[in-house]
Design a protein around this ligand. Structure first.
Ligand code: ATP
Ligand code: MG
Length: 462
């Protein structure tokens, strides 16, 4: 049953009485879209992650609809609709904050990813008719033909993502054994796995993502090719990898995703410098910092608190940054400056893989370069630091370094306490520190010891 063909055999139809999906679990906007399509005489299905998620009892992130109505026909039915995408036009129907994505069935047996298509905010041009185009490695570059539901199914990646919920009679259409795979928590690519990864190497990252998010086990045939084909990721544009990176690390299961990326040898294609560093020091401070940082981010997501890719990049790149800062520091650069330059170097290399937008790399550079300032606990400058716009992020990062064993816990405690004090107490505290520092200034302030003892960068010791 699990083989790609241009036309599928008849689906197994699971009647409403035999599956747990009820309309109360579907967003009212998605239901409106489904019903309006149906009432206008079109087929309308929920498809993809939302069907899968409801089946396993988690709340869907978004609702995708598939239909035999053409994009233009969809637009005519909905006032709140715009068409996006160039090669394939998709309809976005907006209800307040929520967007329901409606895709017309595609004819091709070989699917492409909606994200790989440039479904950006540009208005859609008239569709260009073109057949399928592959590049040398078998990657599917273009596919423009619309089709029927029993063709559309083969463009899906995993069997659990290829279930169609029919609004006509509330049944589930299953062409690929997806219901059984959801039950046994198996992640299985539709068709020949190697071919499917070659068509779109990002599917390897999607495999990791669904494994981490759903706790599914990769089917052997789906797992085996990954480490062998991992280098195909090098051909993916950095911007698309950035998207995928965010889905992997900002959705609450980043810690697990990281371990799986290491296991499948994919990390070295996303973060080459980090992977190389970890290979040298698998249990060092940088490794502990990554694990603590990711666990921390997952916790924040679970608590609905804000998370930023900026912080994650800092966590993931801190090992290579420390390594690049050390020689600069030893050559006499001021610690913050050494770190800032090291960040520039590491980011320039990293941008060849996952592109880090400046809106993340600039604050990251600042946050890391501020780390040595936590060692200065005397006088007005210490107090001024607390009201620095980047203090909060830098402080959170400090605590992470403490947790990873890369910084003296007393320093973390000191900065935690001073923030909680009333202003006059704060003054006293930094005054007291200044007095202490004065007594030991002779040793502490000397830039270079005779005999050339190795200097340790304050923020990079481990
Ligand atoms: P999520 O829970 O993250 O929304 P999802 O399965 O809905 O997961 P999307 O990225 O929203 O994933 O894609 C919607 C559907 O489109 C998928 O379920 C899958 O059927 C199909 N799809 C997405 N990306 C690809 C791809 N690269 N190759 C093949 N099919 C894809
Ligand atoms: Mg989705």
């Amino acid at each position: 049953m699990n083989q790609p063909k241009d036309r599928a055999p008849a689906p197994v139809i699971v009647a409403r009485a035999n599956h747990p999906i009820s309309r109360s679990m579907i967003s009212s906007s998605a239901l409106k879209v489904l019903y309006r399509l149906k009432d206008a005489g079109y087929q309308a299905f929920l498809v993809g992650g939302c069907v899968r998620d409801i089946l396993i009892g988690i709340e869907p992130k978004d609702f995708d609809v598939a239909t035999d109505a053409s994009p233009e026909e969809v637009r005519r039915l909905f006032r709140n609709c715009r068409l996006i995408g160039r090669r394939f036009r998709l309809a976005h129907i907006r209800y307040g904050q929520q967007i329901i994505e409606v895709a017309t069935f595609r004819a091709a047996g070989d699917p492409i990813d909606p994200d790989a298509d440039d479904t950006d905010d540009e208005p859609a041009p008239e569709p260009v008719s073109a057949d399928r185009v592959h590049d040398d490695s078998g990657r599917l570059l273009r596919d423009n033909r619309y089709g029927t539901v029993d063709q559309d199914v083969w463009r899906r990646d995993f069997s659990c993502n290829a279930l169609y919920y029919n609004i006509e009679d509330f049944s589930i259409w299953d062409y690929v054994g997806g219901v059984a795979d959801v039950k046994s928590r198996t992640l299985r690519l539709i068709g020949d796995a190697e071919t499917r990864y070659r068509e779109d190497p990002v599917r390897m990252l999607r495999a990791v993502r669904f494994q981490a998010k759903l706790g599914f086990t990769l089917h052997e045939g789906t797992r085996e090719p990954i480490s062998r084909l991992a280098s195909l990721l090098d051909s993916i544009p950095p911007a698309r990898l950035l998207d995928e990176f965010q889905k992997l690390f900002l959705a609450g299961f980043g810690r697990r995703a990281f371990e799986l990326l290491v296991l499948h040898r994919l990390l070295e294609h996303l973060f080459p410098a980090t992977a190389a560093y970890l290979a040298q020091e698998p249990d060092g401070m940088a490794a502990r910092l990554i694990r603590a940082g990711l666990a921390n981010t997952d916790r924040r997501v679970a608590e609905d608190r804000a998370v930023t890719p900026m912080f994650l990049f800092a966590v993931l790149l801190f090992g290579p940054v420390s390594a690049a800062a050390q020689p600069r520091f030893e050559a006499g650069s001021q610690a913050g400056q050494a770190i800032a330059e090291a960040v520039d170097q590491v980011v320039a290399e990293q941008n060849r893989r996952i592109g880090i937008p400046k809106r993340f790399s600039i604050p990251m550079r600042e946050m890391l370069a501020l780390q040595p300032r936590f060692h200065r606990r005397e006088g007005r400058r210490a107090l001024a630091f607390v009201s620095h716009p980047r203090f909060r992020a830098a402080y959170d990062f400090l605590l992470l370094r403490v947790e990873a064993g890369g910084e003296d816990p007393a320093i973390g405690r000191w900065w935690t306490e001073i923030q909680a004090l009333p202003p006059d107490e704060q003054q006293k505290r930094v005054g007291a520190e200044a007095g202490q520092a004065g007594q030991t200034a002779g040793a502490g302030r000397r830039r270079r010891r005779r005999g050339g003892r190795r200097r340790k960068a304050p923020a990079t010791e481990g």
